[in-house]
Write a protein of this length. Structure first.
Length: 266
């Protein structure tokens, strides 16, 4: 299905969202204490029970003191960047533009070694430059991907890539990242993405999109997509307050919707 969109795509949905009372994650909120990140339970993040509907899932991970000055400034762990506004806003768009009928009254936060993760087809990983999973989390993510799960890695740039690639080598030792272009089916799974150079989250750094494929075969299922030099979650988070031009928010939403449709159909 190919859908053309203009700036009106998001306008109606965001108008509806303005009355929902979305609020930014407060300093000191979930994920703010690095010492407790591994042991916090699902209830600490307001997780919801599985009911068969598509539910947004965010991956959490411990950072200790390695979160750097960025962690200290936000008082949020890197995995929680844009949480929970990004997913709340995105799910409104997913509901308005597709027939998926997703779960709208919450989202989930899991570590990759939690068994509940395997009930959900897609997971979102923020700031993987800080991500150093435990051996149990490595095994859990490997099992998740091999059983059909799909991972979005977002909000990272520069030297963050070295860490992300190294950790993914622990998960899938033989995996090789392939740079994707507009011809890949994920960029035409619902909306046709005409250009991947539209979003510039980090100034002059051009975004690029990288994938890991099942059996390293580009003709097979894409299991991981990495939005490198990009931060689509940031566009989602602030789309209802006019922080970014609506055309850019549209592009970020189109990518997210395509990722979900691809994950649900492959």
């Amino acid at each position: 299905m190919r859908v053309s969109v203009n700036s009106m795509l998001v306008a109606g949905a965001l108008a509806a969202m303005s009355g929902v009372g979305l609020t930014r994650a407060k300093a000191g909120g979930p994920g703010s204490d690095p010492e407790n990140q591994r042991t916090m339970s699902a209830q600490d993040f307001g997780n919801v029970d599985y009911d068969g509907r598509f539910t947004f899932v965010r991956i959490r991970y411990a950072t200790g003191l390695s979160g750097g000055s960025s962690f200290g400034r936000r008082r949020q762990a890197p995995w929680a960047h844009d949480f929970p506004r990004a997913e709340r806003n995105f799910m409104e768009i997913l509901k308005e533009t597709t027939f998926i009928a997703p779960f709208m009254n919450g989202s989930n936060v899991f570590a990759t070694d939690e068994a509940e993760l395997t009930k959900y087809p897609l997971a979102y990983l923020s700031e993987p430059g800080y991500w150093v999973p435990s051996e149990e989390e490595v095994e859990g993510l490997r099992n998740y991907l091999l059983k059909g799960g799909f991972l979005i890695a977002d909000d990272f740039r520069g030297w963050d890539w070295q860490n992300f690639e190294a950790q993914m080598k622990r998960v899938l030792p033989d995996a090789q990242f392939v740079q994707l272009d507009e011809s890949h089916p994920i960029f035409d799974s619902f909306f046709r993405i005409e250009s991947l150079a539209t979003l510039t989250s980090y100034g002059r750094e051009l975004p690029s999109y990288w994938g890991l494929f099942e059996d390293n075969d580009p003709e097979k299922r894409l299991v991981v997509i990495a939005n490198y030099n990009n931060d689509i979650g940031e566009y989602w988070e602030f789309s209802d307050v006019g922080y970014y031009p609506i055309d850019l928010s549209n592009e970020a939403y189109k990518l997210g919707v395509n990722y979900v449709i691809y994950a649900m159909t492959h």
